[in-house]
Design a protein around this ligand. Structure first.
Ligand SMILES: [Cu+2]
Length: 153
């Protein structure tokens, strides 16, 4: 009996995130992927397209994962002909029916201090938190990335 109670507690704790992810109708996600790390780099980035399917403004406030110590939303900007990364602290606003594109050379998800090795074609769960809407779990696939010139880490 004790074991069953424990299991039920676990199910109740895990349920909110997964149920929201499966029943989510306010956003759609296209081609979510994570760049395969080179050598023993402890930092990598993730990309995808997120479309707002609702008729109200959405705001992506944070992203998290269980394979990195920190996960941040970054943007690239050019200063004196050199592309640098800029942390986005205020979240990303997504108007109705619009799409936000996370792509190499632009907006991206930064996984910092990886706590385990990631492998090619592996699927990693990443959690996207939307203001007033909650958190959605997105499976992201590990792929080989193209090398970008002038990309400073
Ligand atoms: Cu970055």
């Amino acid at each position: 009996m004790y074991k069953i109670t424990k299991l039920l507690t676990l199910i109740i704790i895990l349920f909110p995130v997964t149920s929201l992810a499966e029943k989510n109708k306010f956003v759609s996600f296209t081609d979510p992927w994570i760049k395969l790390t080179v050598g023993n780099h402890k930092v990598t980035s993730g990309y995808l397209k997120i479309k707002n399917l609702s008729n109200e403004n959405l705001k992506l406030v944070s992203v998290s994962s269980d394979f990195s110590e920190k996960t941040e939303i970054h943007n690239m900007k050019v200063i004196k002909n050199v592309m640098i990364m800029d942390k986005v602290d205020s979240g990303v606003l997504l108007p109705p029916n619009k799409q936000m594109v996370f792509s190499p050379g632009g907006l991206h998800i930064m996984f910092i201090k990886l706590n385990k090795e990631i492998f090619l074609h592996e699927i990693k769960n990443v959690f996207f938190e939307f203001e007033k809407k909650g958190t959605i779990k997105i499976p992201m696939k590990v792929k080989k990335g193209m090398h970008l010139k002038k990309h400073k880490h």
